[in-house]
Design a binder for this molecule. Structure first.
Ligand code: 9MR
Length: 375
């Protein structure tokens, strides 16, 4: 065995014995903590909601990451490989390989699988909106393409995907507009495309739960716009089951009050709620990409860590109180080894937004999230 493999095997062994069954990394001087230290996320929340994680095929190939996923989570979402761009690169060609790897992993290990995402103005294939001459297609052609895409993808994973993000991020970033009018879907069909997307999804798999999914979904300035969109859908009779609150939050927001009032509002519409893309950034939310500023890459300081602990404790307390309306909580990425926030909105600004550290060990905040009964 090569030394690197030996090191890997040893780490895997410690991870399995230690983190998953509680002998290594907890606050071992505290006997009270020891008693429950073996609890995993999925065990701690089994009476509340499934705990999920967004994965890539490379997570599933890495033996340590794979073990961590299996030990801690009861649900997965494909981070990228089921989006229209990767999965349907040409009009008459689907690329199933990577999406199948995620689906087969869920099938083999009996994990719940969320489908992400059927209709989105990003990561779509360029052919989707153009005819052979490169001109914009008509509304009827758009609907035919949407229908065929939605049916084909949903049919393939019907046996394993229980919930789909049917439409993603269709609300405008401007406070003056409800709909994202720059979306090619909107430009061709207006807001009716959302209703069609839900109708096609319902036809394809009447059993699947169908969600509208968005970011900043508890931010006071956006909640009302998402509410208008949802009301439009409900009024038009769209078969929507729930709303996905992405949960790309930070140590600065949201407050408990913002979170609870958004949960109250969405559930008052009769919709189910899932937290679909949770992470707690060390930095404030910014929409636009920009270069790194000097001194900005401060690392994971003790003070930031305390703020992150406080924020995770606060939001999970709310989640637990709302277990009747929240039917799933999914983290966006597995550990601080890699997060999309290492690249966005500032390329190269390392972030530490998750419960596991860069070598996949549970962080202090992990213990706070699982040992909530010990307060
Ligand atoms: O995490 C995803 C990242 O790898 C992709 O580059 C990016 C492309 O836009 O999409 C990220 O996931 C997004 C998700 O699909 C929808 N909500 C926002 C997520 C973070 O951007």
């Amino acid at each position: 065995m090569k030394p690197t493999n030996l090191v890997k095997q040893l780490l895997l062994f410690t991870l399995i014995l230690g983190c998953f069954f509680g002998v290594c990394s907890c606050e071992t001087n505290n006997p009270k903590q020891d008693k429950t230290a073996f609890v995993t996320l999925k065990q701690a929340y089994q009476d509340y909601f499934p705990i999920g994680v967004a994965v890539s095929p490379s997570n599933l190939k890495d033996s340590l990451e794979r073990a961590l996923i299996l030990a801690q989570f009861s649900s997965i979402t494909a981070e990228n490989v089921m989006k229209a761009g990767p999965i349907h690169p040409e009009i008459d060609r689907y690329n199933w390989e990577q999406a199948d790897q995620v689906a087969n992993f869920a099938r083999a290990h009996n994990l719940k699988l969320r489908g992400h995402a059927l209709i989105w103005h990003q990561q779509y294939p360029t052919w989707f909106f153009k005819d052979q001459q490169g001109n914009q297609i008509s509304k009827d052609t758009l609907y035919a393409r949407m229908r065929s895409h939605i049916h084909t993808v949903m049919n393939r994973y019907k046996d394993v995907i229980y919930a789909w993000d049917v439409v993603n991020e269709a609300v405008s970033d401007s406070v003056h507009k409800t709909y994202r009018e720059s979306s090619p879907f909107y430009q061709i069909a207006g807001k009716e495309y959302l209703v069609k997307a839900f109708e096609f999804a319902k036809e394809a798999d009447p059993e699947a739960l169908l969600y509208y999914n968005d970011y900043n979904a508890v931010q006071p300035s956006k909640v009302n716009r998402i509410e208008s969109l949802l009301e439009d859908l409900l009024q038009a009779g769209a078969p929507i089951d729930g709303v996905g609150i992405q949960g790309h939050w930070s140590i600065y927001e949201p407050s408990k009050e913002e979170l609870t009032s958004a949960l109250d509002l969405y559930s008052s519409l009769g919709l189910d709620i899932q937290i679909t893309e949770l992470d707690i950034s060390l930095y404030r939310w910014e929409k636009h990409q920009r270069p790194l500023r000097e001194g900005e890459n401060q690392g994971f300081t003790a003070s930031l860590e305390q703020k992150q602990i406080a924020q995770y404790e606060s939001i999970f307390e709310v989640f637990r109180n709302y277990k009747e309306v929240i039917t799933g909580v999914t983290f966006w990425n597995l550990s601080d080894r890699y997060s999309w926030l290492d690249h966005y909105p500032v390329e190269g600004r390392k972030n530490y937004p998750l419960l596991f550290d860069t070598i996949l060990q549970p962080k202090k905040v992990y213990h706070k999230v699982v040992n909530f009964n010990q307060k």
